[in-house]
Design a protein around this ligand. Sequence first.
Ligand code: C2O
Ligand code: CU
Length: 491
Amino acid sequence: MWQDPEIGRRAVLRGALGVLAAGAFGSCDGSGSPGKSRLVGPHSEAVRAAERLRRAPEQRVVTRKITARESVVDLGGRTVRTWTYDDALPGPGLRTRAGDLLRVELTNDLPHETSIHWHGLALSNDMDGVPGLTQDPIGAGSRFVYEFTTTDPGTYFFHPHTGVQLDRGLYGVLIVDDPDEPGDYDQEWVVVLDDWIDGTGRTPDDVLDRLAASMGHGGMMGQTMHSPLLGSAGDVDYPLYLVNGRTPRAPVTLTGRPGQRARIRIVNAGSDTAFRVALGGHRLTVTHSDGFPVTPVATDALLIGMGERYDVIVDLADGVFPLVAQAEGKSGAGLALVRTGAGAAPSTGTTVRELDRRVLLGTDLAVADSARLGSRRIDRNLEAVLGGGMMSYRWTINGAAFPDSDPLTVTQGERVRLHVRNTSMMFHPMHLHGHTFALAGSGVRKDTVVVRPHQSLEVDLQADNPGQWALHCHNVYHAETGMMTVLSYRR
Ligand code: C2O
Ligand code: CU
């Protein structure tokens, strides 16, 4: 652990979804001399005070143990050696009620250091799981106890923040229940989407090496992956796409009865793939985005970027229906089956007409009244210009690749507007840790927003969770090659 409440320039890191190198804070931190603005570090009093405010006297505690280890997993027709939590894919599901304390002891039996990041949660900064920024890496063979209050209800997930480990099998879903929610549904299904390569002859680290070496050859597979919605749709053409850890050859079946309402919590745990999701013969009514309520809207299909989560409600018809997650702009799809009656399962290559009808993006939604951030005068404007490309595989924020980028600094209590401008040919699902921002205009609350090629958008946030927070693209290969910076609280 850091001995010093301030993160110093002695911080040493490697890798981006988890790396901070010396110098990351250099330019704005002056010499660290008293009188200049100082970092609010993960172990500072301000961070402790923020967590104290979240804790109630009679707080319920949910305790779990998780082991990260190498394991052999049957994906359905294909067995792979990979890295998992508790030998499961997806990893164990965690569930709390809003206000509960979650205590997870992670044992690292991987041959490599790791950490767990709790994606989407406004949690205590020292528990955010970014090695080099909020904690020391958890070495092979050692343990770490995560302990934090789960404040906001919603659908979240967790994954490592070290190198490209996210593109192995290390992910699981965390649901925070809302005790005040009516729960107007009969079935609840969790659907986790993933693009898969590990154990098929290449590891994610091999993929990263190939991309980094590809210099001008247009990506590892030498082909263009294009989407009318997203432009350049990805850098990696995966051999497999999974729903709940299964290939379309042996899909999971979600079972209900005709006439029931099902709530489906959909998580994109992929590393380089947006998914276009539809359920044959049904419309999806979107109720939540990244855990927070939206004005419900019905759609045929939904586009889900990496790191995004959507909750949808469906009124179940009678029969067997394919839930298809088409890899946007790529060839291939993930599949699950929804079964409410008799009938033969659709064949493997199934596609559904709904995929080609109305496709909704997060930026098409409107906030629900209960989730409004509320308007306030903007105290500070920040800019994040997204750049880079395949020519030399390097992705940047404000012209610099992490850790050479300047942090974006804020002071606790400020209302901040972040102007995001994508100057590249590729979409970037931009994710901010520790906060749920509001999209300027629609007010939709999100922690991950898909920014299309050459699109500009603004997001507003209340700087009410002190600490050092990663802001990065949730394409793990983009983040790892530079598209990351830090929202840095100073005082
Ligand atoms: Cu899910 Cu910093 O990421
Ligand atoms: Cu990106």
